[in-house]
Design a binder for this molecule. Structure first.
Ligand SMILES: *[C@@H]1O[C@H](CO)[C@@H](O)[C@H](O)[C@H]1NC(C)=O
Ligand SMILES: *[C@@H]1O[C@H](CO)[C@@H](O)[C@H](O)[C@H]1NC(C)=O
Ligand SMILES: *[C@@H]1O[C@H](CO)[C@@H](O)[C@H](O)[C@H]1NC(C)=O
Length: 522
């Protein structure tokens, strides 16, 4: 009896614990996890050199799964003075927005008391992975090699490394900057201090499989310059683009030249050709291969047809795309043997690109012959000209046809446009426009649909994101306040409404008079 009662209690406690773990994303009171709010966040980061913070929502399933691991890791790391914190984004909307949180849970590592420069947590989601990841973060980011065995250790390290190894040979005055640099890239590359016996110590990058190190030739070894240098020089001369590398290539902000290959043999046939080009255009153009059997649909994003192999250059900065000529659908369908690209044609194409002789392939709808409503329809080909009209305050709604928020906004937007269109003066000062961003290329950062951007006259270089209410009154106030012309839309609306009321009364009077006339006739 006694025993079974104990067993039952034990089971109850266990299920309670499990239930708890599965149901609550919020760490329980009394755990080592620190709850942070907008009020306490900055202070806390400033007091601790290394903090892992979880941004979460209590209802989120993955957050609930993570919770017991997070609590356990927090307890283990407490003695090492590495705090784990939690921010409830349903209560701290502003803080989570400032931190750019877009999904739950998001885990960020804050170092050196820097509130604004966290790095993404890149470890696993079990307590053990969290613990080892955070301990690694607390270690020095640089391996120092010296002593008798130094040369062998260094050779081994190079042989084992699958990513770039960055070596400070003891450049004078560099030590502190080198540690900062290493800390920024510690998840990506290996950083070593080792002198190979050079009398004049150098800063070098060893790429995997490339015997010759790349030397830093710059004069200015400030951190910003070295970050650029590392970002450029650690890229393979001919890399591979996929889900893992895409961000880093987009972030490099250099034109990206894609070779879409249809088989591994094809890739290796072009390997040395593109490696040579990559060397030649280092720091100017990045060259990558893309496996068309997996990511072929990406061709469409680059305004190309899915005919492989293909070669296309995406100028990331201007968002313009330059592709080598492709076949018509009919000709492609009628092909009897596989497509081929000639290296001489590719070389010529790149030369023309560098020389600014190529015309970009701009995706655009046809320019509308007539505008069918007060909302001005912009297309890819007319976008820049319309938004940059220096005489006008221009509001643009970038939308996608399938987006629900866009559909809900449409009638309100129409009403807004009708208001300015009803006034002779406002009509020439304000443009209310829209653009279907799925059919038209524009060089604008669209974070989602709809994105509303306002281009005031005289300040075209700094458009303002509209983040106000999705109602006519809020739009009118915003356009008056932010616009160069300060057009008072509420006043126009009042006049318009008065005019409409007057028209209505007039119509009624006319109707009555007509009635009267009929009576008179009787
Ligand atoms: C280099 O800087 C790191 C971090 O600040 C420090 O721990 C190390 O002792 C320094 N090494 C030398 C040789 O000054
Ligand atoms: C090096 O570059 C940094 C950042 O661009 C700049 O602030 C600094 O003045 C430069 N130093 C020298 C010696 O040119
Ligand atoms: C705009 O016009 C309305 C109606 O005439 C008026 O009440 C309001 O004060 C005006 N707003 C501004 C900021 O001038």
């Amino acid at each position: 009896m006694q025993l079974s009662k104990k067993v039952l209690l034990g089971v109850a406690a266990l299920t309670a614990a499990l239930g708890n773990a599965q149901q609550e994303a919020t760490a329980p009171e009394g755990s080592a996890v620190v709850k942070l709010t907008a009020k306490t966040f900055d202070e806390f980061i400033k007091e601790h050199p290394l903090v892992l913070a979880e941004f979460y929502a209590p209802w989120c399933g993955h957050c609930k799964t993570l919770a017991p691991h997070y609590v356990e890791a927090a307890a283990a790391l407490e003695s090492k003075e590495i705090p784990l914190a939690q921010v409830d984004c349903t209560e701290e909307e502003d803080l989570c927005m400032q931190q750019g949180i877009r999904g739950y849970p998001t885990l960020k590592v804050f170092k050196n008391h820097q509130v604004d420069a966290p790095s993404e947590y890149q470890g696993g989601r079990t307590s053990q992975s969290i613990i080892s990841y955070m301990i690694a973060q607390s270690m020095p980011p640089v391996t120092v090699i010296s002593g008798e065995e130094g040369a062998d250790d260094f050779k081994d390290l190079l042989a084992e490394s699958s990513s770039a190894v960055i070596v400070d040979g003891g450049v004078s005055g560099l030590n502190e900057t080198f540690y900062e640099l290493a800390d920024l890239f510690r998840d990506d590359f290996t950083f070593v201090q080792y002198n190979e016996g050079d009398s004049k110590p150098q800063l070098s990058i060893y790429l995997p499989q490339d015997a010759e190190p790349i030397r830093f030739e710059g004069k200015n070894n400030s951190l910003t310059h070295l970050v650029d240098w590392v970002q450029i020089e650690t890229k393979p001369f001919f890399g591979e683009i996929n889900g893992e590398t895409f961000q880093s290539y987009m972030g490099a902000n250099l034109p990206l030249a894609y070779f879409f290959y249809s088989s591994p043999e094809e890739r290796s046939n072009f390997e040395s050709f593109f490696t040579k080009l990559g060397k030649e255009h280092r720091g100017k153009i990045n060259f990558v291969g893309l496996d068309a059997s997996m990511f072929g649909r990406h061709a469409e994003n680059l305004n190309m047809k899915e005919q492989f192999p293909l070669f296309v250059i995406h100028d990331v900065e201007t968002n313009l795309k330059y592709g080598m000529p492709q076949l018509s659908e009919e000709k492609f369908a009628a092909l009897t043997k596989p497509l081929e690209l000639k290296t001489s044609d590719i070389s010529k194409f790149i030369k023309d690109f560098v020389g600014g002789k190529l015309e970009a392939i701009v995706k655009s709808e046809d320019i509308p012959e007539v505008q069918e409503s007060s909302v001005f329809r912009i297309v890819g080909k007319t976008h820049d000209q319309i938004v940059n009209d220096e005489d006008k305050d221009v509001l643009v709604k970038y939308y996608a046809p399938w987006c629900g928020h866009c559909k809900r906004l449409a009638p309100i937007y129409e009403e807004l446009a009708d208001i300015y269109a009803s006034d002779e003066d406002a009509k020439n000062k304000i443009v209310i426009a829209n653009l279907d961003a799925t059919l038209n290329d524009v060089n604008v950062d669209l974070e989602g649909y709809p994105t509303l951007l306002f281009y005031p006259a005289g300040k075209k270089a700094t458009p303002v994101v509209y983040q106000g209410g999705r109602d006519v009154a809020s739009f009118l106030t915003f356009i008056q306040e932010q616009g160069h012309h300060g057009v008072n839309g509420s006043a126009i609306l009042a006049t318009k409404q008065a005019q409409e009321a007057a028209d209505k009364v007039e119509k009624e009077i006319d109707a009555i008079e007509e009635e009267d006339l009929k009576h008179d006739e009787l």
